[in-house]
Design a protein around this ligand. Structure first.
Ligand SMILES: NC(=O)c1ccc[n+]([C@@H]2O[C@H](COP(=O)([O-])OP(=O)(O)OC[C@H]3O[C@@H](n4cnc5c(N)ncnc54)[C@H](O)[C@@H]3O)[C@@H](O)[C@H]2O)c1
Ligand SMILES: [Zn+2]
Length: 360
């Protein structure tokens, strides 16, 4: 098992390893000694697989367990689900010392965290991520929230968990395409800040997503990503500076995702976004050709695409409409060498020129 400490507005541990669900109740008890009740938030795909194990472990450790299970998928990430969670807690008489537990992918983590951040003006949450994306990204760092019809993640709060319990065995039941998507975020960490992770991924590239069955390797990979994210957060919890580097591939990726009306999965769009930025960096001379082909090769090796037919004009227009813009300039994340990233401010004209050069 790997322990990673996160020091943000709250200090907590991320535990990563095989078989941790069975001892999840004990860990909850350690971080929440005074809780009587817990609300386990989960969904229709994950609950049948893992809820019973978590429930049994919680009960063994003296918790009174309540459940809220919603219909799996991003479409449930709305205020109705949150109201449902608030309702269960209110009816069961939850107090400030009780606990919310998120058991599922990023949708579950974001919603359970948001419900916890608001109920009685904030109660503790323990994250138990079950998807690769949620383990390496969503569960760590305290961003929580829901979507509005007007846009994704439009309402939310920063709310750090009390602990994150990552049982890497859960990765074995993930559908192939969901695992593959998560690999885009894993590769992102390698590119922006982690040459050791790059080497590990490159060394296993011939296995493709077959790596998911290698428990020891997955524990190492997930642990390295968590350490990277923790490192970024400890320096910039509220996303005013370095945390923006985690947006590598996302500026264009988000636009592709949005333009597909969210039919193209997030990780696929991020991979395409990284591919497009890599080509543009090569064209402007800030990234060496050999380095670029190693990067593109790695993305492809794990079954992800590196191209999209979006025009540079559409990409810039979409990026300017995205909430992450500040004023009239965009913060575009570039990688100049594997393991080293840069935040470059570009006005729309400059960004258009940059993207057009990459297309040629
Ligand atoms: N808070 C953050 O910092 C942050 C960061 C990145 C993404 N997110 C959010 O995370 C969400 C995406 O996360 P996601 O891809 O995990 O989505 P998700 O929660 O919808 O899970 C993806 C799919 O995998 C299934 N699943 C999850 N774990 C499983 C398992 N172990 N076995 C079988 N099936 C399993 C789910 O039922 C779902 O169908 C988005 O809403 C995004 O906004 C948040
Ligand atoms: Zn992402």
């Amino acid at each position: 098992m790997i322990r990673t400490q996160v020091r943000a507005s709250k200090t907590y541990e991320v535990l990563t390893g095989s078989g941790l669900l069975a001892s999840s109740g004990k860990i909850m008890r350690e971080v929440s000694p005074d809780s009587q009740k817990i609300l386990i938030v989960s969904e229709t795909n994950v609950a049948p697989l893992y809820l019973q194990t978590v429930r049994a472990s919680a009960e063994e450790n003296g918790f009174e367990v309540h459940e809220y299970v919603y219909d799996a998928g991003e479409k449930s990430k709305n205020i109705n689900s949150i109201a449902g969670m608030w309702g269960v807690m209110a009816q069961a008489g939850f107090t400030r010392t009780d606990l919310v537990v998120a058991l599922g992918g990023g949708v579950t983590g974001d919603m359970a965290g948001f419900a916890a951040s608001t109920f009685l003006r904030g109660i503790n949450v323990v994250q138990i991520p079950t998807s690769l994306l949620a383990m390496v990204d969503a569960s760590v760092g305290g961003k929580t929230g829901i979507d509005l019809p007007e846009g994704k993640n439009q309402v939310g709060a920063f709310w750090q968990p009390s602990a994150v319990i990552e049982d890497t065995d859960c990765l074995k039941t993930l559908p192939d395409e969901v695992f593959t998507e998560g690999m885009a975020e894993v590769i992102k960490y390698a590119f922006i800040m982690d040459t050791k992770l790059y080497e590990l991924l490159d060394g296993n590239a011939s296995r493709g997503i077959g790596i998911r069955d290698d428990e020891e390797l997955m524990e190492r990979i997930v642990g390295m990503c968590v350490a990277d994210k923790a490192d970024v957060i400890m320096n910039d919890e509220f996303d005013n500076g370095r945390r923006q580097t985690l947006n590598y591939g996302h500026t264009v990726g988000h636009v592709i995702e949005k333009n597909s009306n969210f039919t193209k999965p997030h990780g696929i769009c991020v991979a395409k976004g990284m591919g497009i930025i890599i080509e543009s960096c090569v064209a402007e001379g800030s990234l060496d050709v050999t380095e670029a082909s190693r990067m593109l090769g790695l993305i492809c090796a794990y079954g992800l695409p590196v191209e999209d037919d979006i025009t540079p004009e559409k990409a810039v227009e979409g990026a300017m409409n995205d909430k992450k813009k500040r004023g009239s300039t965009l913060s575009v994340i570039l990688v100049n060498r594997i393991g080293r990233s840069e935040i470059r401010k570009m006005d729309p004209d400059r960004f258009l020129k940059f993207l057009k050069a990459g297309k040629d």
